[in-house]
Design a binder for this molecule. Structure first.
Ligand code: ZN
Length: 244
């Protein structure tokens, strides 16, 4: 089945129409980002178009709300989208150029994430390559940060680890293998505020001594990060910020 769309203002809205023999009602509703329409078989296409026209404003508003919500969950690499770097909103700025150039850089001074794409790139490819470029950048930036922060905190806490790895994970910010004394961190750490990244680093280091999340563990963590609970709540609340 191919996907159909209706154009309302600046948006192409995907639709799915179902016919019901024994129905005498028309229902129009969104499920995910698709406009579902169920109608009696006898109800003609022209009637349907008329009905959609009459409800255009309402449909558009509902779709826009869904579209904005979706934008929190994933990036499309558009100019004006917001990208979090060290806990601060950076604005994306996208340039399309002749040739094959694909690149990304962070302009820390002006708080911008600058992306370069070939001018003829297709939307799906832009998403695919944009994600890939940004993930690579995040991994490198997170590694650079850990390079200094991890030994500093380990020294402060008087704990020793064997090594660490950075992986692109979003469900977990970090983990610790108690037996091997290896630490694992999410490449998205650099998107968080410094105090949040510190809390995660201290949390994982504390596991070298306390493998379980029990009172002695939290006592140890909070002796270095007194507002740990508050930061933990903040991280939960802002989880969507690390989605790309
Ligand atoms: Zn833990």
């Amino acid at each position: 089945m191919s996907q159909y769309y209706i154009q309302i203002k600046d948006k192409e809205i995907p639709i799915q129409v179902r016919n019901y023999k024994n129905s005498n009602r028309v229902k129009i509703y969104f499920r995910e980002n698709i406009l579902h329409i169920s109608k009696p078989t006898y109800f003609s296409k022209n009637h349907l178009i008329k009905m959609i026209k009459e409800n255009e404003e309402k449909i558009y508003e509902e779709y826009l709300a869904l579209w904005n919500k979706d934008n929190l969950n994933q990036k499309h690499w558009y100019t004006g989208e917001i990208f979090y770097y060290k806990g601060e909103p950076f604005e994306e700025q996208v340039f399309y150029q002749k040739g094959e150039k694909l690149a990304v850089r962070i302009d820390k001074q002006n708080k911008k994430l600058i992306l370069y794409f070939p001018e003829k790139i297709k939307e799906e490819e832009k998403k695919k390559y944009g994600d890939k470029l940004v993930k690579k950048l995040l991994k490198q930036e997170t590694k650079n940060m850990l390079e200094t922060k991890l030994p500093e905190w380990a020294k402060k806490m008087n704990l020793a680890y064997n090594g660490y790895q950075v992986r692109d994970t979003v469900s977990k910010y970090g983990s610790c293998a108690f037996k091997t004394k290896m630490l694992y961190f999410s490449a998205r750490l650099i998107m968080l505020a410094e105090r949040e990244a510190d809390a995660i680093i201290v949390h994982e280091l504390a596991h070298l001594e306390q493998p379980n999340h029990q009172k002695p563990f939290y006592d140890l963590v909070k002796s270095y990060i007194p507002d740990y609970d508050e930061i933990h709540q903040e991280l939960k609340k802002n989880q969507k910020r690390i989605m790309i």
